[in-house]
Ligand binder design. Structure first.
Ligand code: GLV
Length: 327
């Protein structure tokens, strides 16, 4: 008799190559909606499954894990995993996979794109044309700030922070950083450590690259924004919750800082009546840090590799809670 294939649930359409691989190895159920599966659908689906492929829009918590009696692995298609209660998963003996490394350069590219777009006011410039304001070459219109030679402060010198720092060298930026990282080699990247407050005071650009945890929630609030230069540009490609959006709105409105360029917001998606969307000095894009065709395929394949390893009872190649194996 043929051995029964493991049952897996995939919460959204991901790269075809990854879905094809899953479909050959597993009995796969795929949520095909453009929006994430509603909570009650997900809670029902996990009752039957051995493996879950989740996205950062799916909450994996105690309530879900309690229902998932056969669940052996959760594989998140993201490097970040603040959507998952990792401690609860560890208590339930469930390894959690993520997708580090493959999206580093793509996210660093977007960080630079945002830095440059904010510095040179690209969003406003484009609106200027569409609004019919381009009458002549104007020596005083749409003046921005220089990136070349400016000071870049990186909060969180992990993989992505380091990739941003490498790009900054090409612009002869002075790079300072705070926070830890993975195998950081400061001499190779040429960045200098600072205390967070010093970094905020000295930087022309502040770029956030730390994970969202209870410790980093609203890490950048009124006090921190108040320390930044009035011309400073804040870039966030990490998680929206690291910046207090009310404090940011006040700081931008009162020109306490120059500009913000955000790939991530709190909440996501940002509400259409959010005051940040009314500000000329705020550029917002919809969480597209890893959104290149190649990178999204790599992430999906990595997530499937994690899942298949977990289903076979092997160690996940990329596991965020390795202590689960000490049990
Ligand atoms: C995206 O935000 C990710 O964590 O991969």
């Amino acid at each position: 008799m043929e051995k029964q294939k493991p049952r897996v649930y995939v919460t959204r359409i991901i790269a075809e190559k990854a879905l094809n691989l899953l479909a050959t190895e597993c009995e796969m159920k795929l949520w095909e909606g453009a929006m994430p599966p509603p909570r009650e659908v997900l809670l029902e689906a996990v009752r039957e499954i051995d493996g879950l492929v989740s996205l950062l829009t799916d909450k994996v918590d105690e309530e879900l894990l309690k229902q998932a009696l056969n669940l052996r692995v959760v594989s998140n298609v993201a490097v970040g995993y603040d959507n998952i209660d990792v401690n609860a998963a560890t208590r339930h003996g469930i390894p959690i996979g993520n997708t580090p490394g493959v999206l580093t350069e793509t996210t660093a590219d977007l960080t630079f794109a945002l830095m440059m777009a904010a510095a040179r006011r690209l969003g406003e410039s484009e609106r200027y044309i569409r609004d019919g304001k381009w009458q002549t070459w104007d020596p005083t219109a749409l003046l921005g700030v220089d990136i070349f030679g400016a000071t870049l402060g990186i909060i969180g010198m992990g993989r992505i922070g380091q990739a941003v720092a490498k790009r900054a060298r090409g612009f002869e930026m002075h790079v300072i950083y705070c926070g830890g990282g993975h195998g950081y080699q400061s001499q190779l990247i040429g960045a200098t450590r600072r205390e967070m407050d010093e970094l905020l005071r000295e930087s022309d650009f502040v770029s956030i690259h730390c994970p969202l945890t209870p410790d980093t929630h609203h890490l950048i609030g009124e006090r921190e924004l108040g320390m930044m230069k009035p011309t400073a540009i804040l870039v966030n490609t990490a998680r929206g919750g690291i910046v207090d959006p009310k404090a940011l709105n006040t700081a931008l409105k009162n020109k306490q800082i120059g500009y913000a360029a955000l790939d991530v917001t709190e909440p996501e998606p940002i509400h259409l009546d959010d005051p940040l969307l009314t500000l000329d000095n705020c550029l917002i894009v919809p969480h597209i840090g890893s959104a290149s065709v190649r990178t999204r395929e790599k992430m999906a394949m990595m997530a499937v590799e994690n899942l298949l390893a977990g289903l076979k009872g092997e160690r996940l190649p990329h596991c965020v809670n390795p202590t689960v194996y000490n049990r």
